[in-house]
Design a protein around this ligand. Structure first.
Ligand SMILES: N[C@@H](Cc1ccc(O)cc1)C(=O)O
Length: 316
């Protein structure tokens, strides 16, 4: 796979592809980052952006991971001390998932976001941003936004300033980060910084076919046991022959197939014997044709997710 193909795989949007091509031509080691609000549960949604960072690392990018403790605090996720501790756990998870501990630049928000240079930029950008826009940019990111706090209006402004002061060329994130990234693209040039490129990954469905939510734990997280995964997969929504809105197929598309050249579904002879697929497209075709039963797909997902998470569990 060439560099551009690797960067584009499983991505929902690149803003803009022309800019990406230009940067690939001029820089051998462009810089990209993702920021994460520290979370007690690192789930397959987080892992999707980690996978993209791995692709970028393999494409020669320099990677920064922002452990956004101050952002989590501003977004009502706990005290600064609590979120900082969770950030340490998250760093261990990300390394276990394959990010090179030596080559990846892990940064805590609180280590630089309280400096006067940073704060002055934040204040300048607050002065250029309407309250309405700041609020809208938090639509898919903010907690309890029926009664937003002022801290949650500062949040997107700080995220924009992060991009400038971390000195990255590319901001990576789920498509839910889009409005904040657009604010950064528009606002940063007025502060004398360049507009960042953005790479947005899709947002995964929950295993029940609804939005992922911690209240009904409808997702796989990296600390799930083999038993947890079995149970969750058994209950998972997996409509026969359907490729759209199928969370089990999504696991193959975004997590399993990128890690395995070939996947094998083990079936007794009377159900057609073992079936193997090379690459996600082939698997989707086979599933849509009805040749592969949802039960077999789920069993396969259980096997591979366990293999992937085995190594992670053993080190976190
Ligand atoms: N907004 C991100 C977290 C984040 C914070 C600061 C950043 O600079 C980048 C990302 C989230 O929803 O989890």
């Amino acid at each position: 796979m060439d560099r551009l193909e690797l960067i584009k795989r499983n991505v929902q949007e690149i803003v803009t592809e022309e800019e990406l091509k230009a940067i690939l031509e001029t820089k051998e080691h462009p810089k990209a980052y993702v920021g994460y609000e520290p979370s007690g549960k690192i789930h397959m949604g987080h892992v999707l952006t980690v996978n993209k960072l791995l692709d970028l690392q393999n494409a020669g990018f320099e990677i920064t991971v922002l452990l956004a403790d101050v952002h989590a605090y501003l977004n009502q996720k706990g005290t600064l001390e609590e979120v900082r501790e969770t950030a340490d756990y998250n760093k261990r998870c990300f390394i276990a998932l394959g990010l090179d501990a030596e080559k990846t630049n892990f940064v805590y928000g609180s280590d630089y976001q309280l400096s006067s240079e940073y704060m002055l930029n934040v204040l300048k950008l607050t002065q250029l941003t309407s309250l309405n826009r700041a609020r809208r940019s938090m639509d898919e990111v903010g907690r309890q936004m029926e009664d937003p706090k002022v801290s949650q209006m500062v949040y997107p402004i700080m995220q924009a300033v992060d991009i400038a002061l971390l000195g990255v060329d590319i901001a990576v994130g789920g498509i839910d980060q889009r409005k904040i990234h657009m604010l950064a693209r528009e606002g940063l040039p007025s502060l004398g910084y360049k507009a960042p490129l953005c790479i947005h990954t899709p947002i995964l469905l929950g295993l029940d076919g609804n939005k992922m939510s911690s209240s009904n734990e409808n997702y796989i997280s990296v600390d799930d046991s083999e038993q947890d995964i079995k149970k969750k997969m058994k209950k998972a929504f997996c409509p026969a022959g359907e490729a759209e809105n199928n969370p089990v197929l999504e696991l193959f598309k975004y997590h399993i197939c990128p890690r395995y050249e070939e996947v094998v579904f083990e079936r007794p002879e009377k159900f057609g014997g073992n079936l193997s697929c090379r690459g996600y497209d082939e698997l989707e075709t086979v599933f849509v044709s009805g040749e592969l039963h949802p039960m077999d797909l789920k069993n396969g997902a259980t096997k591979y997710m366990n293999q992937i998470l085995e190594t992670v569990r053993s080190v976190i």
